[in-house]
Design a protein around this ligand. Structure first.
Ligand code: ADP
Ligand code: ZN
Length: 726
């Protein structure tokens, strides 16, 4: 054994910008240590986990100075060469420490020293006749959905503390004891529908690209049957013995999507998302890694699930901002998925009714192929979008008189009404009517939201809460003004206006309890609830066949916002909300309340639908040199002392000036939310038409920054391709 085999390079899970070399102790040389293995290493005075990247050359004598690995508990590498390659790309592109990136790619249950092997344990499995929901038995419903999400079965330790519930379910014949290594029961395997011409065309294009890299944008209006196309393509891949990865924005919000995949693919599917217990997530990850699970359906972090026989990637609702990770390595799962597809030489299908401007630009540049579907499956008709100019109209808590009239018509006519307001709580601020003091969060520079039912003030930025004050802290009077709307207040108004029609409010506050969202969605779908009111949770991928009227209550907040993406999000929202109305036989109506009926974006939307509105947005972005016509990176600095973040970013701006006109630097400036959770926040925006220039600048800057005294006591980081500028 040569010297260099006794030294390994390790990506340690710590904020380091280099790999570290360690000596392999005699005890471990026998068995061998190779790339992708987990190792425990000394770092300073502490011990950390890391992943071996490779062997290292070390000049003679140098070896003696190196520290030794403490442990390497596994008999095999936890990450494959493919995984390491993807991690390497991520660390480079998002400028994040490789050790932290690799740790993020492993489920949290496996980040410590716990040993792993493909699970072969006793547990519980669903039977064929298990229902989705058990009426008046929340615990039983919860256990059933846990099992369903885990692929139909779970080990005993993941179900600890639920023995009596499981016994009750077993008595009703809905679960049974199982050995988990055995193939889990097939929970029904549905038949596919007969694809329409449009669907078949899309499906054939995707099928023809299996076995090589190809990127497809499936731009299909809501209800055009994109999901059926995904399912057909996934089945193609499986029939070739390959595995498929399917990403969806928020699985908890779209139980229907999971149910459809489950019905078609049965036991071959596992889900992977943050709502699952750690042990269940680990098991799904290991099942995929062992090749036992053929399809992984998951959220953002599922993009890292190891798949040795990967043959196809699907990204549903590719425009959705939840694909962007908002801390640590701020990756975008759709973009990572594209890189993964290209590294592995497999096709990727990105679907949406409202594609992002970035993806549309990639189509224009011929990097992605375009597959369009403009007919609704089953012959349903598209609703009419209409603007409701509310200037000088009497308003009642955010509802204009003409909207109330239209709601009455639809409700009396037997239709369902969907109202969309992207603000939860009762009112966005509590203002003293006598002295004007606004109740602000003590840790953030933002007003607190009134939550009336709980009689509390809540900060929607940091989560801080306090009792609703009886008197103003400034003047002692108790005459408060609660201007503005939230979904909680709107619910009360609607209960007063339409007491005879059952209502469901769906937002983060009303769906905290497990199972409550499913129950609410079920009541919305089967028509029991006649008025549906909610935040963007309601606009995502749900199928409400009885909705005949949908309304966006506050479009103006999306037109005037410091975030340049806000108008794009508003457009997506309107078109998605419109897709919820009139899906069945009935033709639907969509109303947009606005004070800005002449706004070019809304005008373009009325004139030529989504495509015309996109053209309008593209025009603005091109002039402003913003994505997709430029690449952005946002440097953030946070500090407890005011001014320190700005000082660091000012030095960065001076350092970056040498890149000349290829690199545009804006700022530093205070973040839109100047103080959050007690820290002052500053930011510096970098923009370039050339991606390589931007990344070269960042690489150089980060080497320099670490030696500057200004960086002491400042939390700083970079967000490449930022989605949220707050
Ligand atoms: P999307 O994902 O594009 O919004 P879905 O795949 O959810 O559309 O399809 C909308 C509805 O139409 C679903 O109820 C689905 O079962 C149905 N559907 C899709 N394709 C077909 C088809 N070829 N024939 C009949 N019904 C279909
Ligand atoms: Zn706060």
């Amino acid at each position: 054994m040569s010297d260099e085999e006794n030294i390994v390079q390790v990506a340690v899970n710590a904020p380091l910008d280099t790999l570290l070399d360690y000596r392999v102790p005699y005890a471990l040389r026998e068995r061998g240590v190779w790339p992708g293995m987990r190792v425990l290493v000394p770092l300073g005075a502490s011990e950390r986990w890391g992943i071996v990247i490779g062997g290292a050359y070390c000049p003679l004598d140098g070896e003696r100075l190196l520290r030794e690995l403490i442990d390497a508990p596994d008999v095999d590498a936890i990450l494959s060469v493919d995984d390491l390659r993807l991690g390497g790309w991520l660390a480079g592109y998002y400028h994040a420490p490789l050790g932290e990136v690799l740790a993020m790619m492993v489920p949290s249950a496996l980040r410590g020293g716990e040993t792993w092997r493909t699970p072969d344990r006793h547990g519980w499995a669903l039977t064929e006749n298990a229902p989705m929901i058990v009426a008046r038995a929340a615990r039983q419903t919860e256990v059933l959905s846990l099992l369903r999400e885990a692929g139909g079965a779970l080990g005993d330790e993941a179900l600890r503390g639920r023995q009596s519930t499981l016994r009750a379910l077993a008595e009703r014949g809905w679960v049974r004891r199982a050995i988990l290594a055995e193939s889990v029961v097939a929970i029904g395997r549905g038949q596919g529908v007969t694809l329409s011409d449009e669907q078949r065309h899309a499906h054939e294009a995707i099928r023809a690209s299996l076995g090589r890299y190809a990127a497809w944008l499936l731009h299909g209006i809501t209800g055009s049957g994109k999901t059926e196309v995904y399912l057909a393509a996934v089945e193609d891949a499986l029939s070739q013995g390959a595995q498929a990865l399917v990403l969806a924005p928020e699985i908890a919000l779209t139980p229907q999507l999971v149910a459809r995949f489950r019905a078609r693919l049965g036991e071959r599917l596992v889900t992977f998302h943050s709502g699952m217990p750690d042990a269940a997530r680990r098991d799904a990850w290991l099942a995929a890694r062992a090749g036992r699970a053929s399809v992984v359906l998951g959220t953002r972090s599922a993009v890292f699930v190891p798949l040795p026989r990967l043959g196809l990637i699907v990204v549903d609702e590719e425009h959705d901002s939840s694909y962007k990770q908002q801390d640590g390595a701020r990756y975008h799962a759709r973009d990572v998925a594209v890189v993964r597809a290209s590294q592995r030489g497999v096709p990727i299908v990105m679907g949406s009714a409202t594609p992002s401007l970035e993806s549309l630009a990639n189509v224009a540049a011929r990097r992605y192929g375009l597959l369009r579907m403009s007919q609704r499956a089953g012959g349903a008709r598209l609703p009419r979008i209409e603007m409701l100019d509310v200037r000088r109209r009497p308003m009642r808590d955010g509802l204009s008189a003409p909207l109330i009239e239209r709601m009455t018509d639809h409700l009396l006519d037997g239709g369902q009404v969907l109202l969309f307001l992207n603000r939860r709580g009762y009112a966005p601020a509590l203002t003293c009517h006598v002295c004007g003091v606004v109740e602000e969060c003590r840790h953030c520079s933002a007003p607190m939201t009134v939550h009336w039912g709980r009689q509390r003030l809540v900060c929607h930025h940091c989560g801080a809460e306090r009792m609703l004050p009886k008197a103003c802290g400034g003047c002692g009077e108790s005459d408060f003004d609660m201007g503005g709307q939230g979904t909680e207040r709107l619910e009360q108004t609607l209960l007063g206006l339409f007491p005879e029609f059952p209502l469901e409010r769906i937002d983060r506050d009303t769906t905290r309890r497990k199972g409550s969202l499913e129950a609410k969605l079920a009541r919305a779908r089967d028509g029991e609830a006649r008025i549906l009111l909610g935040t963007q949770m309601l606009a995502k991928g749900h199928d409400f066949p009885g909705v005949t009227l949908a309304a966006v209550l506050d479009a103006d907040s999306g037109l005037f916002c410091s975030d340049f993406r806000a108008p794009e999000r508003l457009l997506q929202l309107i078109v998605q909300v419109a897709g919820r109305a009139g899906r069945a036989e009935r033709k639907g109506e969509v109303l947009i309340q606005t004070h800005q009926p002449d706004h070019p974006l809304l005008q373009a939307l009325m004139r030529g639908g989504f495509d015309a509105a996109v053209e309008e947005l593209m025009k603005e972005r091109r002039i402003a040199v913003l994505p997709p016509f430029a690449y952005l990176a946002l440097l953030r600095a946070e500090a407890r002392d005011a001014g320190r973040g700005a000082a660091l970013l000012e030095r960065c701006a001076r350092w970056l000036a040498e890149f000349g006109r290829e690199l545009i630097v804006w700022g530093p400036a205070p973040a839109p939310l100047e103080r959050r959770a007690g820290r002052f926040r500053e930011q510096l925006m970098l923009s370039s038409r050339r991606r390589d220039v931007l990344h070269e600048a960042l690489d150089g800057l980060f080497v320099a920054i670490r030696s500057w005294p200004e960086s002491k006591g400042v939390h700083w980081g970079v967000d490449v391709d930022p989605q949220d500028l707050g």
